[in-house]
Structure formats: C-alpha cells, structure tokens
Design a protein around this ligand. Sequence first.
Ligand SMILES: Nc1nc2c(ncn2[C@@H]2O[C@H](COP(=O)(O)OP(=O)(O)OP(=O)(O)O)[C@@H](O)[C@H]2O)c(=O)[nH]1
Ligand SMILES: [Mg+2]
Length: 448
Amino acid sequence: MSTIAAIATPPGIGGIALLRLSGPEAHTIASQHLRLTPCPGPHPSASYALFRNGNTVLDEVVVTCYRAPHSYTGEDMVEISCHGSLYVQQAILQSLIDSGARLAEPGEYTRRAFLNGKLNLSQAEAVADLIDSTNAGSHQLAISQLRGGYAQQLSQLRDQFVQLASLLELELDFSQEDVEFASRSQLLQLLDTVEGIAQQLLESFSLGNAIKNGVPVAIVGRPNVGKSTLLNALVGEERAIVSNIAGTTRDTIEDTLTLGGITFRFIDTAGLRHSPDTIESLGIERSYRAIAQAQIVLYLTDTAHLASLQQEIADLKAQVDLTGKRLILLLNKIDADPAFQSQLPSQAVIPLSAKTGTGLDRLRQLLSNPYTAPTTGQPILSNLRHYQALQKMLSATHLVRQGLTHGLPADLVIIDLRDALYHLGTITGQVTSNEILGSIFHRFCIGK
Ligand SMILES: Nc1nc2c(ncn2[C@@H]2O[C@H](COP(=O)(O)OP(=O)(O)OP(=O)(O)O)[C@@H](O)[C@H]2O)c(=O)[nH]1
Ligand SMILES: [Mg+2]
C-alpha cells in the first residue's frame, strides 16, 4: 500500500483547508515538513506546528496524527489543517508528493477503510450519500445506512445461509448414502425470512429513490392552457414567461419544490401541437423527452378544450410510452368559467385555477401522498445497486425453494444457493470484485 495525499476540503479559497495523508509512510513523510509530537496510542493527537518546505515556512498549521488501526482508513494517518489559500494548499500538497506520497484517487480513503474492515460496503456507499444529501430525508437515509441499516441484518442472515450451504456441500461427499446434514425445514425457514426482508426493501425503493433523487414531474398539454402559470404557482415565483400567445414556452424550464420531505422537480414544457416553426418544433421534441424522463406527467387542459382531452391523451400515448409513469389529468382556468364547476366531467380530471390558486392544495397532496414514509422505522432502500442485487437474489432463492420442495439432489440446490449468497454478499461487500469497488468509489470526491 502506498501512502496517499489529497486536499479533503472543496476546491477553492476558504478559511481553513484540510489535507490528508494515509498509509505506512504517513508519519515519516509528514515529519519531513513538520515537527510532529509523537502519536503513540489509540487516541489522535492534535498539535500546532510550522509546515516547512526546505527552509521556507509555508504556513502555521494544526496537525492531527492517528496511529493504525485507530483512524478512518485503519492506516497511519496525518491530517493537516492549513489556511485556505489556493497557493498554500497546493504548495503543501506538492511538498507531500515530493516527499514520497502519491495523489489519492477519488474515494481512495474510504476504499481503504473498507478493505481494512473499518466499514462494510453498504456503509462506505452511505458515506457518499451523506456527502450528497441535500435535505432532511436524504440525510436521514444516509445516516441510518452508515449506522449499519439493513446491511447488518442481511449479513447475519447470509452467515446462517453459509453454514447451511456448507452442510449441504458435505452431503455431496456422502452422495452414495442417504444422509441429510442440512435441515431442509431450517433452510426453508431462512428463505422465508430473507425473502420477506428483501420484498419489504424492494417495495420501499420507490420511496427511497424519491427521497434520494427527487421526483421529476413534467407539465404538459396543448399551447396556452396555463402550464407555465401552473409552474409559477407551484414554485411560488415567476420562473417561466406567461402570455396569451400560444407557443410562448419554447424550451423546457425546471424548478423544484419540496413537499413532505420529497423534492419534486417540475419541468414546464413547450405546448404540444404541430408547428411549422423550426424552433418551436425543437422545443416540442424536448417536451416529449421531458415526458419520457418524468415519473409523473401532469397533463393540463383548460375549460375550452375539455372535449378533445381523450383524443389528446390517445395522441400522447402514441408518441411516448407512459408505462410506469403516473398520469394526472388537470383542468385549468375554472375561474374563468364558473358554470363549469357545477358540471365537472369526471372524477378523473382535477379542476383547478393556476391563476387564483384554487385546487392547488389538492394537487400538492395528490403529488406527495404516495411517498408517505412508513411510520414504524422500517428500513428504506435507496441504493440502486442494492435493489438490483436483491432482485437477483430473489430469483435465485425462488429456484432454491423450488429445488427443495421438489426434492432435487443437493448438488443442484447448491448451485442456486451459491448464486443467492453471491448477490446477498455483494450488498455488504462480503463478496466483492475490483469492478464492483471501481463502480462504487469512482463517484466519490478526492480526499474522501
Ligand atoms: N383565467 C385564467 N387564465 C389563466 C389561467 N392560467 C393561465 N391563464 C392564462 O392563459 C394564458 C396562457 O398561459 P401560459 O401559462 O403562458 O400557458 P402555457 O400553457 O404555458 O402556454 P405555452 O407556453 O404557449 O404552451 C395566459 O394569458 C394566462 O394568464 C387560469 O387559471 N385562469
Ligand atoms: Mg408556457
């Protein structure tokens, strides 16, 4: 293991910047530039020091020394807090590299922490989520995963499976004799438990994903029905230009609103129609792209065009695949036609006035209702990699179950069981590969 160095604070000028050194030579390299107080024990020691490069004093710094394994990475570490001048940060980093350190790769500190057993893989991923968190909901998800979350429970279950799998393998050595070392009923019971947990986690994913990444909502419809007015009313500011000229919005315009802890990303789009205008047509293409990427489609019409709504929806479905998306039909401008309020067409269309605000509360509620968090403190899955691993694990456990109920020989059951154990193990990192680690850590910051 080489000794790595990086600036851990964000690039740019700041009050203080933090540099980190980690690896077997961390203390030796640091002591070429600093007079270090010895750091013998499990407790980190912080001290004031001058950072020198040769005879030149670069800065007055505070140095924190950690001894392996009592550090974030589990290795010897030195952290240097210097003044946040760009020059000072770079000069200190260059000095450390000149003295034998190597520039750290993204996430390399956390990768080392994982490899040294300080964190499991799910916790390492939670570190990146915690850094990325932008609201109370995503922060809470990341913290609970960092504190262990469901990965600990899955890892314990996997250990029990491994024991049963080894008993099953033992039976192969006695295949001539009719013996059963692994209790089939115990195995089935364990399958019940792990499948139950996996199902619950998979069901929580749409909520977890919404909390972590927000929900894209496209506002679409024919020109002039009030899409931009609705965007402005929802986000509470004049984001998009509103006019009575059909075809006002040419490009997609986005803004966000947090409802019940979920960030909704509203995308106002160019009105859908056949237009000879090249620019408008390009805008309309973007509208279709916005619909394709949205999870929720707010399809807006107004009182003057209600009669053609069904046809418009049929045309829309012919253009874009709406499978898996929530389509909400809205009838705007009910303020302009009071007679309409008494003869509303169907329950399926939500009446509102983007201008006066009537009906907007109902719309907000409708948007956030499906994302109500479970109250019992159940774990929530927000990690796509875990989601995919659990799905693959479930396919394998179904085959194990089938094998057991049909009394298939142990050597066949074992193949599926190993497959299930593999996918379960990739969540916690009990099973891993350079490819998995690479895809996880490349999205980290340098210095973390
Ligand atoms: N009376 C009434 N007028 C509205 C309402 N909502 C929008 N309007 C008016 O309808 C016209 C069109 O509004 P926009 O918000 O620009 O419509 P749009 O759907 O974004 O139009 P394009 O960008 O051209 O597709 C403007 O004159 C708005 O003031 C409403 O709820 N009631
Ligand atoms: Mg508009």
